[in-house]
Design a protein around this ligand. Structure first.
Ligand SMILES: O=C(O)/C=C(\CC(=O)C(=O)O)C(=O)O
Length: 310
């Protein structure tokens, strides 16, 4: 794989570039595995970053994403619109179109999008929209606008991906539970792992999933959630041990409603950049049987993103 470039933009100070030369995972992914959460950034010279962005990343192109997919042993990608591109979905759409049917997309859209534009996104492979409630990443969008969008995309058979922090779940509960689609939570709703898997906060998240069969979760991003590590670096085969009980609980209780993704190129990490090969080696710790692995990596993402082929 090639190394990251800066493009025509100046990266946010302290920005960590994605890890070049990742190791080959020891864990062999099941045939047809889907990396169900990853991004493309630019390249900025071709697909400029949005004026309203909260960070300026290094470039991370579709070619680099597809090289990583092949290196790690994934068959497909789900490319999630990153906030640095705002509601300009061109980079993500370009990557989906170039993938030869091996990538689906999750877009960010505004109320002003036309039905024609939604149909064009669908034709390119988009199957969901992302509503982001992480305040450091986006400006506030009124909930009535989001609900209107959800109603429109429901008619296309799409789902809503929600990104929020655990502390905000009580306030967002009524909105989330009123959504008329499948709802996919990014990174288990970002639990504070210091509080432990038996905490009231995580119990609320499990209740959210238990009481609402339309809610799914990505059990991804241990590198973002971990406090005590160890990091997925230097051949570490048991990385991010403090996150394992959280992800494993979700996988074991809701095996048919979980997804996993690398989150490459890992926007906004502050203290280290994981070796993506070692991140893949995290999977058997949270999905310990072949059956759980197949559901997490193949059956569930195929049902959601490629239902005709599932
Ligand atoms: O990549 C992720 O899932 C997480 C992000 C970035 C993000 O969501 C975005 O920029 O769209 C984060 O926590 O900074």
């Amino acid at each position: 794989m090639s190394t990251p470039t800066t493009g025509d933009f100046t990266k946010t100070p302290g920005w960590l570039d994605w890890y070049s030369g990742p190791s080959r995972p020891r864990f062999q992914l099941p045939a047809g595995a889907v990396d169900a959460h990853c991004h493309v950034f630019g390249p900025g010279a071709e697909f400029p970053y949005a004026p309203e962005r909260k960070y300026t990343p290094c470039d991370a192109s579709k070619q680099q994403l597809f090289a990583l997919r092949d290196h790690l042993g994934f068959a497909r990608n789900v490319i999630v619109q990153a906030t640095c591109h705002g509601a300009d979905n061109r980079a993500m759409v370009d990557a989906c179109l170039a993938s030869g049917g091996r990538a689906r997309g999750v877009a960010t859209v505004r109320r002003s999008i036309t039905d024609d534009e939604l149909h064009q996104l669908h034709a390119a492979g988009v199957r969901g929209v992302r509503f982001n409630f992480v305040k450091r990443l986006v400006d506030f969008t009124p909930k009535d606008e989001l609900m209107e969008i959800a109603g429109r995309i429901a008619q296309l058979g799409w789902h809503v991906v929600i990104y929020f922090e655990a502390v905000d779940l009580p306030e967002l509960w009524d909105f989330f539970t009123a959504l008329p689609t499948t709802v996919v939570v990014d990174h288990m709703g970002r639990p504070d792992v210091r509080q432990g898997v038996e905490s009231a906060e995580f119990a609320l998240f499990l209740k959210f999933m238990r009481e609402h069969p339309n809610v799914w979760s990505k059990v991804s991003c241990p590198e973002r959630l971990s406090v005590t590590g160890p990091h997925a670096l230097h051949g570490e085969q048991a990385a991010y041990r403090d996150v394992v009980p959280f992800a494993r609980r979700v996988v074991e209780e809701f095996p048919d409603r979980v997804l996993w993704g690398t989150d490459w190129p890992h926007p906004n990490l502050k203290d280290h950049m994981p070796d993506d090969g070692l991140l893949v080696d995290f999977i058997p710790h949270i999905a310990p049987t072949a059956e759980l692995q197949r559901k997490l990596l193949v059956d569930n993402p195929m049902r959601l993103y490629w239902p005709q082929e599932a």
